[in-house]
Design a protein around this ligand. Sequence first.
Ligand code: NDP
Length: 349
Amino acid sequence: GTADRNRSHWSTSKTPSYTKSVSWQHHPETHGHELIVTSDKDGPESAFERFLPDADIVISQPFWPAYLTRDRIEKASKLKLALTAGIGSDHVDLDAAAKAGITVAEITGSNSISVAEHVVMMVLSLVRNYLPSHQISADGGWNIADCVTRSYDVEGMHFGTIGAGRIGLAVLRKLKAFDMPLHYTQRHLLASVIEEELGLTYHPDAESLARTVDIVNLQVPLYPSTEHFFNQKMISEMKRGSYLINTARAQLVDRDAVVNALKSGHLAGYAGDVWFPQPAPASHPWRTMPWNGMTPHMSGTSLSAQARYAAGTLEILESFLGNSPIREEYLIVDRGQLAGTGGKSYQLN
Ligand code: NDP
């Protein structure tokens, strides 16, 4: 209830770790299953590694990921299903999972709009200098000149997304209302009717888009060839004073190149909610770098999104345990290869 919510301590930096075991009857007429719930997931002594050799199914959120590396997959000899409660299964080594015959599935579509809304919020908050201005207000100040010294209208600014899939396209649709010229790049062209409706400019590559726009948004999945593709060289292609937004995956960018570009003023702001590793250590430089609008990984896990991916997780479990096929759009890896949405969104090593 409201009273309980008011009492919760949102600002706590300590994240308690827990492990519990509950018995779980899937269908009363069939076998009982044991469900182990834990947040103790990192390192060889973790509860996750201890229970992994016995696990048939691992369910992980992308927000607090149970990294299923090649080594761990080798130890997980009974594992049949790696289920992502959300979207983005890059915490699983997909190549190793395919070779081990493990099915990987995620809840396609469950939080695309949640993330798109977050990106719009970050565009507005960076460009209008919202977070520093809010801090001035919270600190009792009225320094309007300081608030607006870096504050602009978004109208007329050029916005470009690298990746215009489920999230990227939703962001473009929402930003259309702000009268911003819109750009995109990806390997396949969008339908011309969509390009016309939104007045989109297509760029053949990321460099061309980075050179042209004021705000770059990253919205491509992480797989081996996209890792660190937004490096110092790519950032140097961006206009001086432009903004970079990344709610896709932290390893798409070079961590220190972002910090250096903010310090030198080449970038005017960086906002996102994705880090590596997750949880990020307290000393992670993105927590304290100048002009950052970072949050913990939360955009895709609003309560609205949780209701959707919980329902999808249940559906996949019921299919899997009931020996019926998992919906094609939920599949990332199946029968030793990329399948369903995995075939469209990912590449193996
Ligand atoms: P989609 O697969 O729908 O879209 C990704 C787009 O990226 C595709 O349109 C694809 O087009 C394009 N793309 C892929 N590879 C490249 C490339 N090498 N160069 C240029 N474009 C490329 O994914 P979503 O929009 O649903 O999600 C994107 C990512 O966002 C997820 O993979 C996940 O990592 C992250 N995410 C983050 C969340 C959060 O809470 N922060 C929640 C949900 C997702 P084409 O094939 O034509 O290149």
